[in-house]
Design a protein. Structure first.
Length: 200
């Protein structure tokens, strides 16, 4: 089987969403054992949003259903589009799809670009109606830069799992199997995640 690791490496100096803390690692060793303290945001790098990220009474990251991030998955190539992806970009493309990853970034783009491709509210509602349970993107956010949270609330209120800032640069469009799981961080609003695809 061929595996694709879609997880961005968390390291000092990596790109972060404006306003989020930059990762910092502090290592110490007594000569025999080395340990490292970590400091970074719950939405650093490739990560999963919990409903509580935008919904006051939403589930926290330790309570999201495992099955939403495990199973058949489709990668949709949207690299030729820019701005907000609307309903018409998905019509006829997601029939029977439960887990959808949207490839938007040209190969080699790794920093923060405020003009990243995002999802419009009508597209979010369409994907919910189509039966999608998990949506992922290689953009820093599923919602446009400085958006008002509408897209997040639409998706999270419907119980969708949102994965952001994937690395889809080496993944062709097509059908895969996926496993995407967050750290089990009690009571928190999100978590870095390890996301892997493979062809059965």
């Amino acid at each position: 089987m061929r595996f694709f690791d879609l997880t961005r490496i968390i390291e000092p100096g990596m790109a972060v969403y404006p306003g989020d803390p930059h990762p910092a690692f502090v290592s110490q060793s007594d000569g025999d054992v080395r340990i490292t303290g970590l400091h970074f945001c719950t939405h650093t790098g490739t990560h999963i949003d919990a409903p509580s990220h935008y919904l006051e009474s939403g589930a926290t990251i330790d309570r999201i259903p495992h099955g939403h991030g495990i199973g058949d998955c489709t990668v949709l190539d949207c690299t030729s589009f820019h701005g907000e992806l609307a309903l018409h970009h998905f019509e006829g493309q997601v029939d029977g799809v439960q887990r959808l990853l949207i490839k938007t970034a040209p190969v080699g783009i790794s920093g923060f670009d405020p003009k990243y491709t995002s999802l419009a509210p009508d597209a979010a509602r369409y994907l919910i109606a189509a039966g999608v349970r998990c949506i992922g993107t290689d953009s820093p956010s599923i919602e446009k830069y400085q958006g008002d949270g509408t897209v997040h609330r639409i998706l999270l209120s419907a119980g969708l799992l949102i994965i952001e800032w994937l690395d889809l640069s080496s993944v062709p469009a097509g059908n895969y199997r996926m496993i995407a799981l967050p750290l089990r961080l009690g009571g928190l609003d999100g978590s870095p995640a390890r996301v892997v695809l493979w062809v059965p």
